[in-house]
Ligand binder design. Structure first.
Ligand SMILES: [Zn+2]
Length: 236
């Protein structure tokens, strides 16, 4: 899956791809900007390709062949879907940096991009799209960063959870809520639903506006606290 690509010199392109068998790989495709490139448009971000790679002496592998599996042009050609897709791609880039296979992460990415082709194209704010919120929560879970939301992480109370405390890695009750990010009942319910729902059903999860905003706040706080990063696509 091509997550990102950028120009290198006059004719080449650097690709950051997430592969099924080797995890994150960096590669260079030579001559892609020439009009008669043998790669054509197959190396666009969000496309699913089968790549032939040559491992040279450098850090980047060289693309020697590319077969399109799914172009995802429906996702790329609509501005809203593209924005949603690029948030998911950046989350993947930031959370899964190892050159090591992670079958579940690869499968989640595949399902995210398949679904992206068919979500309603006219959403208002890509950052709170249920599909990309659900995808990021699943990536947090696969990374071991998913906050504990079943009970207060400080005292164990199961009821009256009102906030999320990133430093403690989970939800807190009113008594323990000092310094916590507010988590509304809608937010708590929405986050639990998005975690438990398959990506294909995220848009049917009946997420309220408040629930979506709280889910986004929890995702960004988890990134900052555990990974020390922010997503450029979320702050733009
Ligand atoms: Zn408590």
């Amino acid at each position: 899956m091509v997550l990102r690509s950028f120009r290198l010199g006059e004719a080449d392109r650097v690709l950051h791809v997430y592969t099924a068998d080797r995890g994150r790989v960096g590669a260079v495709a030579k001559g892609v900007r020439r009009t008669k490139s043998r790669f054509g448009a197959r190396l666009e971000p969000l496309s699913h390709v089968e790549l032939m790679l040559h491992q040279g002496s450098g850090e980047l592998q060289t693309v020697t062949g590319a077969d399109l599996r799914a172009s995802h042009h429906e996702a790329r050609e609509d501005p809203y879907r593209l924005a949603v897709g690029l948030i998911g791609a950046e989350a993947m880039l930031k959370l899964f940096t190892e050159q090591e296979a992670n079958e579940r992460a690869f499968t989640a990415l595949t399902r995210f991009l398949d679904r992206l082709d068919v979500i309603p194209p006219a959403g208002s704010r890509p950052a709170v799209d249920p599909l990309v919120l659900s995808f990021q929560l699943k990536l947090l879970w696969l990374s071991g960063y998913m906050p504990h939301l079943d009970s207060c992480v400080e005292c164990g109370a199961a009821d009256g959870l009102v906030g999320y405390l990133p430093s403690a890695g989970g939800a807190v009750c009113r008594d323990c809520g000092n310094g916590a990010i507010t988590l509304s009942p809608d937010g708590l319910h929405g986050i639990r639903t998005l975690v438990a729902t398959p990506l294909a059903d995220a848009h049917d999860a009946q997420l309220s506006d408040r629930g979506a905003r709280d889910a986004l706040a929890l995702v960004t706080a988890s990134y900052e606290h555990h990974g020390g990063f922010r997503l450029r696509t979320l702050t733009a």
